[in-house]
Design a protein around this ligand. Structure first.
Ligand SMILES: [Zn+2]
Length: 377
């Protein structure tokens, strides 16, 4: 019930747009040289010219106020989310075990580097891709059911993934080439892909909305059906209140089994209740939950840098907001509610009907969740 212990600060709703965080990929030196001396000299000169002045840069500090989190501080100081490890390293003496900022305490900020990156640490080497094990999960369908567990990075994490609508309720309905595109099918496909990503990093994952005969599906058109169930295998009622209560109960029952573990409920929708033309990806948390806000910010930051990397200049207008939503309010694990866009909006539609986009969204979500786990577990 950790969420209810964190009622203390009531946060202002932040609704900012961040567009100018650019990460420049690090230079990789693949050159193989037989004579190493000139390389050493070059390296020394490089150090003298470029590294030296960095240390001369003035170090910035700040005093935490109510509502501050590491991510929000980095953002307010134009530092990328990737600077978080350096921040933790710099402040390890004053940061508590749960990495929360304490009001009134002074913290050091990582230096801004002229090359646009903020880490003075070497890049973490790529993970060994040899799988630890392969496990079978029939819910992903015959072509995807074997999942390679590649690491144990999320070993202590438990996720409850709730894709929106389902059963008798298709959610929002879009149209393309005379076919009806039902929100619940697209949300479900992305949620399945997310589940698979999380499992591959060693997490424990529960699909709360389930469909026993729709695995991960290819192609742009996902035909609609009404046979989704709620974990473990309950018929989904038509009445919205009953449906939400059923999901909430499923999550809360499981929650008790995992007391003491890092647990997150992730609710995924592909419609937008947001006003007018506002589109893009929105992340919501319960106003009483600072951990929920941190999780939402981790996701937003990941999307921020992914969009900058893959579609620079597009302008990404996601946001993190506190909202009064049933699933955020009544599920015991920290919860984040995600609107991935609007199935009725032309620009957003491409995000869902292109299979590789669904996979990319799932990957980005998994990466954002991994960042949150690393920083807030
Ligand atoms: Zn929806």
């Amino acid at each position: 019930m950790n969420r209810f212990f964190l009622i203390l600060p009531l946060f202002m709703v932040k609704n900012k747009v961040y567009t100018n965080m650019k990460e420049i990929p690090s230079m990789k030196n693949d050159k193989k040289s037989t004579n190493i001396i000139p390389e050493i000299i070059t390296a020394v000169v490089f150090f003298m010219i470029f590294i030296q002045p960095l240390h001369a840069q003035q170090e910035k500090t700040f005093v935490a106020k109510s509502g501050d989190g590491i991510y929000s501080i980095l953002r307010d100081n134009d530092l990328p989310a990737s600077a978080i490890n350096e921040f933790i390293e710099l402040n390890k003496e004053v940061l508590g075990g749960n990495k929360e900022l304490k009001i009134g305490v002074e913290y050091r900020l990582p230096l801004e580097r002229q090359d646009g990156t903020n880490s003075t640490k070497p890049e973490i080497p790529e993970e060994d891709s040899t799988p630890i094990a392969t496990k079978r999960f029939p819910i992903f369908g015959p072509q995807h059911e074997d999942v390679e567990i590649k690491s144990n990075e999320l070993g202590n994490a438990v996720y409850y993934l709730v894709s929106g609508h389902g059963g008798p309720d298709p959610g929002a309905v879009g149209k393309r080439k005379n076919k009806e595109l039902c929100e619940d099918e697209y949300a479900y496909d992305i949620t399945l892909r997310l589940a698979r990503e999380l499992l591959s990093m060693g997490a424990t994952v529960y699909m709360i909305t389930r469909d026993n005969n729709d695995g991960i599906r290819d192609g742009w058109y996902l035909p609609a059906d009404k046979d989704e169930t709620c974990y473990p295998n309950l018929r989904i009622p038509l009445n919205q209140n009953l449906r939400l209560r059923q999901r909430k109960d499923a999550v809360n029952k499981l929650y008790k089994q995992y007391k003491g573990r890092y647990q997150r409920t992730i609710i995924i929708h592909v419609d937008s209740r947001s006003r007018g033309e506002k589109i893009d990806v929105f992340f919501y948390h319960d106003k009483r939950s600072s951990s929920g806000r941190e999780t939402a910010l981790s996701l937003l930051n990941t999307f921020d840098s992914k969009y900058n990397e893959h579609q620079p200049g597009r302008g990404y207008h996601g946001s993190v907001t506190a909202r009064n939503l049933y699933m955020l309010k009544y599920t015991w694990p920290v919860a984040t509610y995600i609107e991935l866009g609007n199935i009725n909006h032309y620009r957003d539609l491409k995000r869902f009907i292109i299979e590789s986009n669904r996979q990319a969204l799932a990957k980005w979500l998994a990466e954002g969740l991994k960042n949150d786990y690393e920083n807030n577990r």
